[in-house]
Write a protein that binds this ligand. Structure first.
Ligand SMILES: [Zn+2]
Length: 284
């Protein structure tokens, strides 16, 4: 499987180095790491970042609170659809989208792929739709859900074992090399997505299960104060979140040669794996 790494619009969070660990000045830099998988006869997109409609009119789609806090660098050429076209594909080639979760910075591009079937944990869909709290209404944006008729949910209670994780499963109509791995905590139906790139060698997009590469450090796990605060503010189940971070570290320790782990928002991880600068569109 050929894998393309796309940064579908950077965020520039208040806090500078307190957030990303290195940027001088008021605002730091975070990626929105999406993954395009080239299968034999179709494309599968993992997460969608911000989409065309977000770029066109941010306040109509994203809450004022998160626009102020994160100040996304809205550039049309960095939306998933424009990067996919630039790679020589058609948006219609994207038959499936797999979501780690439904936060506004992962689901904004859904509208650009009305023909794709969208896969996620049922718990994520149900909790997002319930709009239970003010924070839920700011993070889960029905304005971004014009394709909800194509959504397909999966139970958290069924599935197989995979490298120490339970209830791991394939997805309807998606090649068997792509698996959904429940990693609840950040949200109730949060999941990672594993792709078997070559036989026995996997990429695991862990979404927002962790935010900073230092959190996967085996000896001294650490995080910037800003991202620690952000994760605390956004978490829906603290003990599950911390347990899953520990399991990911364990996975790295025991099977680091077989599974490459990365998160949605870490710049260093993105640039290492994509081999292109953060703010440039992917190229063939
Ligand atoms: Zn996120």
């Amino acid at each position: 499987m050929r894998i393309h790494h796309l940064n579908c619009i950077s965020s520039c969070p208040l806090g500078g180095a307190l957030m990303d660990g290195h940027t001088r000045g008021l605002r730091g830099r975070l990626t929105c790491h999406c993954v395009l998988v080239e299968c034999a006869d179709q494309l599968v997109l993992i997460d969608t970042g911000y989409g065309l409609r977000d770029v066109e009119n941010p306040p109509s789609r994203i809450s004022r609170f998160f626009l102020t806090l994160l100040a996304p660098d809205f550039r049309e050429e960095l939306t998933a659809i424009r990067q996919i076209e630039r790679l020589g594909f058609d948006a219609r080639d994207v038959r499936h989208i797999v979501l780690t979760h439904l936060d506004f910075d992962h689901a904004g591009g859904l509208d650009d792929f009305p023909h794709a079937r969208v896969h996620m944990m049922s718990a994520e869909r149900d909790d997002a739709r319930a709009q239970r709290s003010l924070l839920d209404r700011m993070r889960y944006r029905p304005q971004q859900w014009s394709t909800s008729r194509n959504w397909h949910g999966y139970s958290q209670a069924v599935g197989d074992k995979w490298y120490g994780f339970e209830c791991v499963r394939g997805l309807a109509g998606v090649p068997p090399e792509i698996l959904l791995i429940p990693l609840p905590g950040h949200t109730l139906g949060h999941a990672g997505v594993a792709v078997e790139r070559t036989a026995g060698y996997w990429h695991l997009q862990t979404g927002d299960a962790y935010f900073y590469h230092g959190e996967m450090d085996l000896e001294h796990p650490h995080c910037t104060p800003g991202l620690r605060f952000y994760q605390w503010m956004m978490e829906k189940d603290r003990s599950a979140r911390l347990r899953n971070q520990a399991r990911l570290r364990e996975l790295k320790q025991t099977h680091g040669n077989a599974v490459k782990v990365y998160s949605s928002h870490d710049v260093l991880e993105f640039e290492n794996i994509s081999r292109h600068p953060l703010d440039e569109p992917a190229h063939a």
